[in-house]
Design a protein around this ligand. Structure first.
Ligand code: PLP
Length: 390
């Protein structure tokens, strides 16, 4: 421990193995995992199909390099294009890298149009990562403080407020793109209205801007559609993915369509590990299991079940201001900071998270079942009740 850089406020617990939605600590105590590695373990732990596919791939080939053709990468790009309607795909290893690619792509798109200082509209309370460009795009001072000078070229507006974007459109001729999360995850499970996303599409079309959706947390089936923006019936020009795409194997993707496709040319971007065969097999297997086992329908049904379970169990509790979400992306907002609930839940054998100080965030694996959903409500609701009383 003394040799680890002290950047995480870690809980005093280490896990040794897991099965499905259950995970076991070093003492053998089991916990219901309602966080899935922060929306990463889409298929839960130890999923037999994923374990088999990965084991076979490890034996065959782990890494080659992007100096050569990588068949698994081609296959994954085809699958993502089929599911999203996007035209082309760049693979990397994480969410911030996927967003870095999107930001670079938007800048290059602007320069190609003769805009010397291209700017991207970003949102308050957004989270896009911790590299220099993505922390500059992030709408949280805590993430930025101490790392100035920030990367220039971002214009910040309130989230889910079309008039604010329209105002920028009238006065700023350097804007080339809008980057936003259809559901803000770190920002507290805050949902953009469908009309807002449709309105952004219209403004982007009118102004020749790129509509760029960060689906790193809300994408890959979690909201009951392959991608959260699909609920609004619009097509973005750029979409970023990571987290749940590989069910635990690191992989990120930046997809482009229409006028954003073809912007990156030979040598514009690259990544040593990006799109390696092992990560691509993890993603291909994740997408196949979601599709074949009806996990998006499961996410929709259980998401509703969990939210309505909490609405009933927490009815009349004045500290709960809102229960919201989409599919298996669920937020319970309180009127006070509630970080200590994480430890109480852990003591009760449950993994949850608190984000934006006051929002209990639940991101169960997509293989969650009804009994587990019931257990989640039964374990957590009393803790929130006791917390109000304390
Ligand atoms: N974008 C969103 C919406 C995220 O939620 C996150 C991580 O929480 C990121 C980007 C950054 O992803 P990573 O931690 O893989 O760099």
């Amino acid at each position: 421990m003394p040799h680890l850089m002290n950047v995480y406020a870690r809980l005093p617990i280490a896990f040794s193995h897991g099965q499905g939605a259950w995970i076991y600590d070093e003492q053998g105590r089991r916990y219901l995992d309602a966080l899935a590695g922060i929306a990463v373990n889409t298929l839960g732990h130890g999923h037999p199909r994923l374990v088999k596919a990965l084991s076979e791939q490890v034996e065959r080939l782990i890494h080659t390099s992007n100096l050569y053709q990588v068949r698994e990468q081609e296959e994954l790009a085809d699958k993502l294009a089929e599911l999203s309607g996007m035209d082309e795909c760049f693979f990397c290893n994480s969410g911030c890298e996927a967003n870095e690619a999107a930001i670079k792509l938007a800048r290059l798109y602007g320069h190609n149009k003769g805009i010397e200082q291209p700017a991207i509209i970003v949102m308050e309370k957004a989270f896009h990562g911790r590299t220099l460009a993505t922390l500059s795009a992030t709408g949280n001072r805590k993430v930025q403080a101490g790392f100035e000078p920030l990367v220039a070229g971002f214009v910040r507006v309130p989230f889910d407020d079309l008039a604010a974007v329209e105002a920028v459109a009238q006065h700023n001729s350097s804007v080339v793109a809008v980057l936003f999360e259809p559901i803000q995850g770190e920002g507290g499970i805050r949902l953009a209205h469908d009309e807002y996303i449709q309105g952004l599409r219209q403004i982007c079309d009118a102004k020749g801007w790129l509509l760029m959706v960060d689906e790193v947390q809300c994408g890959t089936g979690r909201t009951g559609r392959w991608f959260a923006h699909q609920h609004a019936g619009v097509m973005p020009d750029v979409m970023t993915l990571a987290k749940g795409l590989g069910s635990g194997l690191p992989i990120g993707a930046c997809l482009a369509a229409g006028k954003a496709a073809g912007v990156f040319k030979l040598g514009s971007h690259g990544s040593t590990f990006g799109g390696n065969p092992l990560a691509c097999v993890a993603a291909l297997t994740t997408l196949a299991v979601i599709e074949q086992d009806g996990l998006m329908e499961n996410a929709l049904r259980l998401g509703e079940f969990i939210r309505s379970g909490f609405r009933t169990a927490l009815a009349g509790l004045s500290s709960v201001t809102e229960i919201r979400g989409d599919g298996l992306m669920i937020g319970i907002e309180l009127d006070r900071p509630c970080g200590e609930l994480v430890q109480h839940a852990l003591d009760a054998g449950l993994l949850i998270n608190v984000t934006a100080d006051k929002v209990v965030r639940l991101l169960p694996p997509m293989i969650f079942n009804e009994a587990e959903a019931q257990e989640l409500v039964a374990k957590l609701a009393p803790l929130i009740r006791e917390f109000q009383g304390s």
